[in-house]
Design a protein around this ligand. Sequence first.
Ligand code: DGL
Length: 264
Amino acid sequence: MVNTKPIGIFDSGVGGLSVVKSLKRVLPNENIIYVGDLRHFPYGTKTEEEVKTYARNITKFLLTKEVKLIIVACNTVSSIAMDELKVLANPVEVIGMIQSGAEYAVKTTKNKKVGVISTPLTAKKHAYKNEIQKLDGSIEVFEVGSQELVNLVEDGVSFNDYACALAREKLEEPLKNKIDTLVLGCTHFPFLYKVVKSVVGESVEVIDPAEYIATKTVEHLNEIGFNNGTHKTIFYTTYDKESFKEKLSLFLSIEDSEVYEIDI
Ligand code: DGL
């Protein structure tokens, strides 16, 4: 079945671009509409109510673009607003990060000790711990939150000594507890993969839930239809179009992107 409608993807900033990257590898022919809520970045230190309001507004905006599926490419939103967004978007399906990351972690860990690095809000909600332990109650989960690492990525950093020192400090506790798997529980963190890997070493598997999201999206498109024609990605930002364009060039190597500034 052919379905040319776009897939809607959103995040507070550039983090969701890591999800776009994973998705494009598996589904190169899909039209995508991406919203980066730069005006309200960061979400990780906001109240739940604030984050829910931003997520609702973006979801409504994506629905006006007639998306066939919405991917919440933000763990912070996924950890608090999935039920609400699913009701709002119905009958359009909404896929979040946490369930995918949790399933991936459960499949990966051998010693049943999993670390998760996320925003402070995701860590505070124990979103990953709850979801992982729902799947396997014998798995121990060590969650840490770092807004500073998220902010570094948003500022364009992918590797430097300061980022390594911060990651080392944050991951000390999970490493002391001998985790064998670390979930990148914030979509900004795949862009810090080298930093994280240099800290945790070879014995810890670092996993990106976005890879699993791509698989889930394929399963869903099997039901509602793939796009097999032209593929286009249109980007929307709620603030500073020019800086968003620079970030697209930095993180996705896209130079001639179509970017619009919106007021939502
Ligand atoms: N990238 C987002 C996440 O996965 C949020 C980062 C932020 O805005 O604090 O949680």
